[in-house]
Design a binder for this molecule. Structure first.
Ligand SMILES: Cc1ncc(C[n+]2csc(CCOP(=O)(O)OP(=O)(O)O)c2C)c(N)n1
Length: 630
């Protein structure tokens, strides 16, 4: 008989026999594989931590005890065990279940997350609040070895380890970030794994616990003496111990019994933070994912029998196009170096890393460091290109301002996934890109509308003497229009794509295409819309702005981005300064976080589909026309 359907919450997991837990793990894996193969999502990470999550729910008492998952892309089993089986089939779809922890979805999800390396900080905050309120529960942060390459983890541990905070950090070590984990720390983890010698979890636990003063039933009477004795010879976990954490492990992260036992014992420790090191295999239980964990990290819908995508599109993503352009640039100019923060594949840098391995740097999940390091490279005469998703670039804001733009250094950031991203949802949309960047002095901001313009922008960037961001949406949009003036992309120049006498639309990125389609509809309604592609967000096209201000027609700005501080707000300010005596209507994303789902659903929700744009422009134009045109 199936066990999973009988699990309505963590209390049901606690009741199971050890044998039943094994069966539950198998059923969870099956459900995850079935669902992700239909819906897409994060597969390998979720298969790897099934036993860990079962053990967590056996030993701890969520939601009373607080479980905080770092990134949150590995919480499918947690969702399935905390009363959300019915919604699970809607994973990542519009109005369906989020692919990440979601507080509105369940009291078992403490935070809405999707960015890496924040869990220990959040957990420490919870632990401190608990202590201030004289409450008594456990706080557990679950962090991957990839996430551990992010500096915030060490800021949090440095802080936590300085006091006597009761806090448990579980390091889920599968040797992988999205691709193979990198850096000295990943070598350190390797050393810990090798030195473990795997002589049995219980024995190891006993030895580890003897190093902890005054815990539960295991307190050896001579614990303190023994601890000091052992400490001098045990070097395992020395890094964590130096940060004030007691290191336990490593343990087999696929052995539910062993982990439950370890966690139960860890609960007895009240006067110091613990780091429990568990070893798991990414993709565990699905052969294809075990063999190719990077490919199965995040997947589109696929066939379980062979792992092939259900919809083979063959279309190049924007990242792939940018990556190829960078390879070409790298061939011509040996100063060109490429940087990724643990996302070489996703940001299109795999080819560059193969062709020019000595000019390629994967810095781990460390966007702040990537930007500052790029500043160093640039100061020493190199031409660094940092390819990153727009949403993760947010983390490096101060480094862009202080280390790059203030120094006016020629660092180029290829900011991928700008705009809405679809089913990853609110943690991943890159809709703050323009508001975040356009106010920074010295920065050039380009927003290519299609793949051809991406190539042109990458090429144009090498000639710049200062910092530059090239932002583009996730999808590779093939060329669909030409500039009426016959020019290619150039800094400070906009492109007129359509003539029109009644009103003007200024757009960039994916919205340029939607506006051109809207213009066709409007033409049928007697409104001729001039369409301008504003591929150079900053600097703006001064000649074009001057012309528009003089002509005095209504201007519509359309962007797939936040309106406050956005392109439209700035273009409107400039046009007003230049004396435009007609309205500037700004269309974009109202100030709120946008949910997850298919791209068209999200664009529709934001009123940015071509027919919606046509209707919005028509309404506003007619209103103005009624008042001003006789
Ligand atoms: C700040 C930030 N940068 C990049 C990412 C993209 N990302 C998502 S998961 C992941 C790898 C995480 O590795 P690990 O923590 O070891 O978890 P695993 O997938 O191996 O279970 C990366 C780089 C992110 N979520 N947040």
């Amino acid at each position: 008989m199936a066990i999973l359907p009988e699990i309505h919450g963590p209390q049901d997991v606690k009741r199971l026999s050890p044998e039943a837990c094994g069966q539950l793990a198998t059923e969870l894996r099956q459900t995850i594989i079935d669902t992700v193969s239909r819906q897409g999502g994060h597969l390998a990470s979720n298969l790897g931590d099934v036993e860990l999550i079962i053990a967590l729910h056996r030993a701890f008492d969520s939601p009373r005890d607080k479980l905080v998952f770092d990134v949150g892309h590995q919480t499918y089993a947690h969702k399935l065990l905390t009363g959300r089986q019915e919604q699970f089939s809607t994973l990542r779809s519009y109005h369906g279940m989020s692919g990440f922890p979601c507080h509105a979805e369940s009291e078992h999800d403490l935070f809405d997350t999707g960015h890496s390396s924040t869990a220990i900080s959040m957990a420490l905050g919870l632990a401190r609040a608990r202590d201030l309120n004289h409450e008594d529960y456990h706080v557990v942060a679950v962090v991957g070895d990839g996430a551990m390459t992010g500096g915030e983890c060490y800021e949090a541990m440095n802080d936590a380890g300085n006091g006597h905070n009761r806090l448990i950090v579980i390091l889920n070590d599968n040797e992988m970030s999205i691709s193979q984990n990198v850096g000295a720390l990943s070598n350190y983890f390797k050393h810990l794994r090798a030195s473990a010698s795997w002589y049995g979890g219980k024995k190891r636990l006993r030895r580890d616990l003897e190093r902890i003063p005054l815990i539960g039933t295991h307190v050896a009477n001579a614990a303190e003496k023994f601890k000091n004795m052992v400490k001098s010879v045990v070097t395992e976990g020395a890094l964590f111990e130096a940060l004030g954490f007691r290191y336990l492990g490593p343990f087999d992260g696929h052995n539910i019994d062993e982990m439950t036992h370890v966690f139960e014992e860890a609960k007895q420790v009240s006067d110091m933070p613990l780091l429990i090191h568990v070893i798991t295999k990414k993709g565990h239980g699905y052969d294809l994912a075990e063999r190719q964990p990077e490919k199965f990290h995040g997947v589109a819908p696929f066939r379980v029998e062979n792992g092939l995508k259900r919809n083979q599109s063959g279309k190049e993503s924007a990242a792939q196009v940018a990556g190829k352009a960078l390879v070409a640039l790298g061939a011509e100019d040996k100063r060109v170096v490429a940087i990724t923060a643990a996302m070489a594949g996703g940001t299109g840098l795999t080819d560059f890393s193969t062709y020019y391995p000595d000019r390629f740097f994967d810095v781990g999940i460390a966007e702040q460091h990537a930007v500052s390091m790029a500043a160093g490279l640039a100061r020493a005469g190199m031409r660094p290109y940092f390819a990153v998703y727009s949403t993760f670039l947010q983390r490096a804001y101060d480094q862009i301002v202080h280390d790059v733009c203030l120094q006016n250094l020629p660092v180029c950031i290829l900011s991928d996934h700008a705009g809405l991203v679809g089913d990853d949802g609110k943690t991943h949309h890159g809709v703050l890109s323009v508001p975040m960047l356009q106010s920074i002095p010295n920065l050039t901001l380009l927003a290519p509308r299609d793949t051809e313009q991406i190539r042109q922008a990458v090429r144009a960037s090498i000639a710049l003497e200062g910092p530059c961001v090239i932002q583009y949406p996730k999808d590779g949009i093939e060329p669909y229009a030409r500039s009426l003036d016959g020019e290619g992309l150039a800094v400070g120049c906009w492109q007129r794509l359509r003539e029109g006498t009644n009103a003007v639309a200024l757009a960039y990125g994916r919205m340029t295409k939607h506006v051109l389609l809207a213009a066709e509809t409007l033409a049928g309604q007697g409104i001729e819309l001039e369409v301008i592609d504003c591929c150079s967000i900053k600097p703006m096209d001064e000649v074009c702005l001057g012309r528009l201000a003089k002509e005095g027609r209504p201007v519509f700005t359309v962007e797939e981005g936040e309106l406050i501080g956005g392109f439209g707000a700035e273009a409107g300010r400039r046009l007003s300064d230049l004396g435009l005596r007609a309205p500037v209507v700004t269309i974009g994303i109202e100030n709120r976080f946008i949910t997850h789902g298919a791209m068209d659903c999200l664009l529709e929700e934001c009123g940015l589909m071509p027919d919606q744009l046509a209707a919005r422009i028509e309404r506003a134009y007619r209103g103005w026309e009624n008042e001003h045109v006789r």
